[in-house]
Design a protein around this ligand. Structure first.
Ligand code: HEC
Length: 182
């Protein structure tokens, strides 16, 4: 075996190990994240903001990637003794508010949530916890099968909740506060 070949093998091996380590511990979708997301969903149900009997707002025209019609709610919740802002966005399929109002359950595609966690949770990203739920409260997953809960997808500058929300003007990671048409 030539030296160069050995070095190449070593390099490829190191790449494989680091990829494997990363694949095992992405900064989201771990048991602690999915457990936490369950608590967030329960808090939403308690506030009548999710589940059967959830209150509705008048849906408005959305923007990608969230859906054609949206409802957004801003509130506070207490989870594990920590109180923080909870922002809930319901994402609907349909082009008109009436498509949603006739049968919101049938039109609902997903529920995306941001919850402001305790200081130090994710300092450089303003401590937001992200989750994407199906209408029944189960978590949706990314194409790799990793549940979308936690710091989604920290470290990936191309894709994921953080990559896009970090670009919102005002440096607060929030987009709805920037809309000029409201
Ligand atoms: C490619 C960009 C992009 C990605 C990726 C993205 N969002 Fe958003 N998000 C937006 C935009 C734009 C809005 C404002 C939509 C509107 O007009 O109401 C928004 C709004 C929101 C809001 C309401 C608070 C706010 O920012 O105004 C929540 C909550 C939210 N997104 C959660 C998520 C979650 C959870 C994920 C990941 C699963 C995610 N988003 C991925 C662009 C993105």
């Amino acid at each position: 075996m030539t030296k160069r070949y050995a070095a190449t093998l070593l390099f490829a091996g190191a790449g494989l190990i680091s990829t494997t380590v990363f694949a095992q511990t992405p900064p989201f979708g771990q048991a602690e994240d999915t457990d936490y997301a369950e608590k967030v969903w329960s808090a939403m149900v308690d506030k009548n903001l999710a589940g059967d009997g959830a209150i509705h707002a008048f849906p408005y025209t959305g923007s990608q990637p969230h859906g054609e019609m949206l409802e957004t709610f801003y509130t506070n919740a207490e989870i594990d003794g920590h109180s923080g802002s909870l922002i809930i966005k319901r994402n609907y399929l349909g082009e008109e508010a009436s498509d949603v109002l006739v049968d919101p359950g049938a039109a609902m595609d997903s529920v995306t949530v941001m919850f402001k966690r305790e200081d130090g949770y994710d300092t450089e990203n303003q401590d937001w916890f992200y989750a994407k739920f199906a209408p029944d409260g189960s978590l949706q997953s990314n194409p790799q099968g990793i549940p979308l809960a936690g710091r989604v997808a920290k470290g990936n500058a191309e894709a994921g909740c953080i990559a896009c929300h970090s670009k919102a003007t005002g440096e607060d990671f929030l987009y709805t506060t920037d809309r000029s048409d409201w």
